[in-house]
Write a protein that binds this ligand. Sequence first.
Ligand SMILES: Nc1nc(=O)c2c([nH]1)NC[C@@H]1CN(c3ccc(C(=O)N[C@@H](CCC(=O)O)C(=O)O)cc3)CN21
Ligand SMILES: CC(C)C(=O)C(=O)O
Ligand SMILES: [Mg+2]
Length: 299
Amino acid sequence: MSVRPQAADPTVQPIPRKKVTIQALNALRASKTPITMITAYDYPSALACSSSTLTDITLVGDSLAQVCLGYSSTTQLTLREMIHHAQAVSRGTTHPFLVADMPFGSYHTTTADAVANAVRLVQEGRVEGVKLEGGKEIVDVVRRLTEVGIPVMAHIGLLPQRHSALSGYKVQGRSVEGAKRVVQDALALQDAGAFAMVVEAVPKELGKYITEQLKIPTIGIGAGPWTNGQVLVYDDAMGTWSGHKAKFVRRFANLKEVRDTGIQKYAEAVRDGSFPDENTESYAMDKELWQKFLKSETT
Ligand SMILES: Nc1nc(=O)c2c([nH]1)NC[C@@H]1CN(c3ccc(C(=O)N[C@@H](CCC(=O)O)C(=O)O)cc3)CN21
Ligand SMILES: CC(C)C(=O)C(=O)O
Ligand SMILES: [Mg+2]
């Protein structure tokens, strides 16, 4: 397994931690050490996720459609846009295992198209694995990608790319039949070769049951405390997303407040003339040379 070179930013200290591999993720599951995963969308957020010694997986989530690009849905994000962001994230990612979401439509036409698009994410986007939303209907694609050597993270439960078909973002697996369907999907995806599984917005009992039924790590988002790991959207966790806050979101920082205060102070300082300071934040010219310059202007 090759180790990506350390990020170019000289302020980032070398990470006292090995590159995370699929084997390492399985070991975390075996030792009941929770797996930590968070999204990143650009170079600075990737550096932030890498500078901690504690996160295991960085996901270039298609949630970037909403939180970075201002689209109303992840279905509007193109493969080209995802690759552009994955490239930036990969440049800032050191030890975490790097995964990108395959955008809506990029794995739904044919298996050959899905492989070609996943290869682009690996070669151009420099990711190590891809994540696909869906159940039984995508097992052939999951199997083929796995055979080719592209690790697949499955994503079951609430599938945001299907919000139109499902009439919104709703907790899944709440009925007996619904729960059965999610479990069947999970088993089929594991059988097809998925190395891990995101379980989104299902009752906590079902999150626990799926985790017990599977041999691969489960990573929950709104799936309760008993999955093998947790994932959150960076902007949700850092408090920079001002859209809908789902029940499963906890704000671990309030960067929005800090940022907005900073912008307000900046604008005030410009308006009241206190920025920039004449002495410490400006350049000066040699007095004699300045006089020479003025003289040359008048002659
Ligand atoms: N900022 C952000 N966070 C996310 O987690 C996220 C995105 N964006 N964009 C892509 C998808 C969309 N996601 C969503 C969006 C809405 C709900 C939501 O409204 N959930 C309801 C559940 C309602 C119910 O069935 O009871 C909630 O209020 O929690 C959940 C996940 C998850 N992903
Ligand atoms: C919330 C995570 C699992 C995701 O798929 C995304 O950020 O797009
Ligand atoms: Mg996603």
